[in-house]
Ligand binder design. Sequence first.
Ligand code: DAH
Length: 363
Amino acid sequence: MIEQIESIRSEALVAIRGAASSSELEALRVRFLGRKARLPLLLREVRMLSDAERGKVGRAANEARAQIEAEIEARAHALRVSELDERLARERDDLTLPGDPPLAVGAAHVISALTRELEDIFIGLGYSVLEGPEIETVHYNFDALNHSPTHPARDESDTFYIDAETHGGEGARLLLRTHTSPMQIRAMEAHPPPLFVVIPGRVYRPDSDATHTPQFHQLEGLAVGEGITLADLKGTLLAFARAVFGSEREVRLRPHFFPFTEPSVEVDVSCFACSGRGDLADGSRCALCKGEGWLEVLGAGEVDPNVFAAVPDTAANTPGYDPERVQGFAWGMGIERIAMLRYGIPDLRLYFENDVRFLEQLR
Ligand code: DAH
């Protein structure tokens, strides 16, 4: 019987080591260790042997079974590893395949895109970009900008006041800035001359119709130094007009009034739809400039000496803004208005409704 056990053992070990797959190995487990296999049957017969034989044969059969089991386990493990390797090699993702294209790509809103474009134009002319608070005080929004105490823009109906009553005097009263001009004062408080800055940002006024929204955007400009004149203002704004509306454009200055500039002007750009002629090739009146040949684009002027005087001399802005020594010019443009003219947008409210059918036309 011992010989029989030995031959089963060696037959089993050879077969197990040669098993080429997990399923083949499973078949061998049944064949050598299953209920009807020879070795278990043999073990059952051990009981009937003589006392002397039983111990030897039983031990040999048990050892053979244990070794076959261990060999099956070892082989099963080796097969699992190699089968996994093989599957990974077969199914590995191909990283060189093109990816799935995104379903929809966003784009900057027309006002954001134009703001960046304007910033780039003035950065190209040597300006820096600043931003400032949308909640302002009466001091920065009106007083320091030389508005008379009775200026109509101060009315409750023309400005969103935040404070119902004043704390620490009328100048400290809080409001939503009605223009970006208060940043002229803040910029001069923080930086000594010469100063060349543009300030884009949101502004607020209680108006609402096709050409007015309670919130809109402006870009303020301020240039201060020694010997800066109205001619510099005109040259600067001509460069802007040509960059935005085309290299053929001209600019025209018309006298106007702003509290914080003297003299003040309104700046027109020659109409790009009719090349400034006022009528089209077929003789009809140009609809964009209404036959004028000019489009009003912004307000500007030479900084009023009272505005320089409102900037306190501090360590930050030494040597300070002495109106006897420095001059400068400033301007303020409505960004929605520039976009309206450039793209022929009929209603200001379209900018804020964010209907993608509108926005997609301008990306
Ligand atoms: N702040 C003016 C407004 O909101 C625009 C403006 C006009 C700004 C003339 C200026 C300027 O800096 O010089 O209508």
